[in-house]
Design a protein around this ligand. Structure first.
Ligand SMILES: [Zn+2]
Ligand SMILES: [Zn+2]
Length: 407
């Protein structure tokens, strides 16, 4: 008898060209976050041709969900893709380059959507053998921090009716070679918050600073004090970054300035630290400014939390990946990139695995491979059948696991 993995491989082979068609179409017609109207219509039109049990449109904006029920009782597993592009002028020169001036799929979300559509087709062909149900989640606006599309999807019930027991997602990863994947427990993306500071003093003549309160001197003290948070408050086993990327203040060389503005970003990898950072920043900045007789106004905007992979779901997904990748394709734990990802919001609700799919073509060095968000970024299409196989095999294996017991 043919094994499930062999059957999956056959189906992936049969859908390979269709996956490329989806990819090229979506790449050619990129849309910005919260404007994915045509992409959503394309996704709907593909899903409507499949024997889905239910399709919901306009979930959290232009998002969609589709439900496929198996023949036997079992858990509910969600597979997620993001659909939005970026405001970048494409410079790849490929025949299917963006026709939308100044907008480009430079983060690979076109490939994520194409792979999930293909996985949906493959899983539909396996419907009779499936336990439980698969929910396909196509979300808008991943790039729109602090209000990414995942939050809207969750608020509109994407994880309910039926209740999702586990969710998985992938991201093409240009530093990793095609044929490899990074799948690991714990944090796999950083939380990313936006920090704005305004230090206020009192203006006076530069020759008589005693008559005012120097906002530049007070601000400098605030900046230096903030750097002690990472070294003195954050545990040596944890990591965090506080970066003030801009500073603006002062009008003239001989005037003590009354105001300085700072703009920056705050990153970390744990939920506990993420909750404490705003209080630490407030306390430190306020007192450092007050020590100089100045005041500080803090505008702290929480962005995406960090994506937390669940060890038991990771274990099942790693085993699934071993069945479908070339030998040694499943990589040992990798350093966690300090970027943000709104898949994080699902991981706060449901046990999850977010995996990196290697998409660097053979013969291209990691240094020569354009990064995500670069105007020349293109994932290796040879990685797509592997991504589809991973989604399908992981879904099938998760559906055979009593996920209701996993907390
Ligand atoms: Zn991106
Ligand atoms: Zn992305």
């Amino acid at each position: 008898m043919k094994s499930t993995t062999d059957r999956i491989k056959e189906l992936i082979e049969a859908t390979r060209e269709r996956c490329m068609e989806h990819y090229r179409h979506i790449h050619r017609h990129p849309e910005l976050s919260y404007q994915e109207e045509k992409t959503a219509a394309y996704v709907a039109q593909v899903l409507e041709k499949l024997p889905m049990d239910e399709i919901k449109k306009r979930v959290g904006g232009y998002g969609l969900t589709a439900l496929l029920k198996g023949n036997r009782p079992g858990p509910v597993v969600a597979l997620r893709a993001d659909m939005d592009a970026l405001n970048i002028q494409e410079e790849t020169g490929v025949p299917f380059a963006s026709e939308n001036q100044g907008v480009m799929h430079a983060c690979g979300h076109d490939s994520h959507t194409a792979m999930l559509l293909t996985a949906a087709e493959v899983l539909c062909s396996m419907k009779e053998n499936l336990a439980g149900a698969v929910k396909f989640v196509f979300q808008p606006a991943e790039e729109m921090t602090p209000r990414g599309g995942a939050q809207g999807m969750i608020e509109d019930g994407a994880l309910e009716n039926p209740k999702v027991n586990a969710i998985i997602g992938i991201h093409v990863w240009p530093t990793l070679a095609t044929g490899t994947m990074g799948i690991q427990s714990g944090a796999v993306s950083a939380s990313s918050d936006h920090l704005k500071l305004t230090v206020t003093g009192k203006s006076c003549h530069g020759s008589m600073p005693n008559q005012g309160v120097d906002a530049i001197v007070a601000g400098s003290s605030v900046v230096m004090a903030l750097q002690t948070i990472v070294s003195r408050n954050v545990s040596p086993h944890e990591a965090a970054v506080i970066t003030l990327g801009t500073v603006n203040g002062g009008d003239r060389y001989n005037i003590v300035p009354s105001r300085v503005d700072y703009d920056g970003t705050v990153r970390c990898f744990s939920q506990e630290i993420h909750e404490k950072l705003p209080c630490w920043i407030e306390r430190t900045a306020t007192h450092a400014a007050q020590a100089m007789g100045a005041e500080v106004k803090i505008d702290y905007q929480k962005g995406y939390p960090s994506t937390m992979n669940h060890p038991e779901i990771v274990e099942i997904c790693r085993n699934a990946a071993e069945k479908i990748l070339p030998e040694n394709g499943v990589l040992p734990p990798l350093p966690v990139p300090p970027g943000g990802e709104d898949f994080a919001f699902y991981t706060l609700k449901v046990p999850a695995t977010f995996a990196w799919l290697g998409c660097r073509p053979e013969g291209v060095s990691p240094e020569d491979m354009p990064a995500l968000h670069n105007d020349k970024f293109l994932p290796d299409p040879k990685s797509f059948p592997l991504g589809v196989s991973y989604l399908v095999q992981s879904a099938v294996d998760l559906l055979e696991t009593p996920l209701e017991d996993i907390k």
